[in-house]
Write a protein that binds this ligand. Structure first.
Ligand code: SF4
Ligand code: SF4
Length: 72
């Protein structure tokens, strides 16, 4: 069975710069529609089941707002 990953966005840390959206090879990160506590549009995860676990999004995020965990 293929390894699955859980993608968590810590919304109040996200400043909506969208760097992670461009970086994700499977395009599962999208701009959200609700403002976070900082009044900014945080990103949302469209379909976590497609995540490859590459961690490119977490690496590029300047605010350490994305956590990638292997599901067990
Ligand atoms: S770990 Fe890779 S595949 Fe998963 S959401 Fe981040 S950039 Fe996309
Ligand atoms: S790179 Fe980080 S701060 Fe920028 S939109 Fe993505 S999660 Fe938010």
């Amino acid at each position: 069975m293929a390894t699955k990953f859980r993608v968590t966005v810590i919304k109040d840390r996200c400043k909506g710069c969208n760097l992670c959206i461009d970086e994700c090879p499977v395009k599962i990160l999208v701009q959200g529609s609700e403002l976070n506590s900082r009044g900014l549009l945080a990103i949302e995860v469209k379909d976590s089941s497609l995540c490859t676990g590459c961690r490119r999004c977490a690496t590029v995020c300047p605010d350490v707002a994305i956590r990638i965990e292997m599901e067990v």
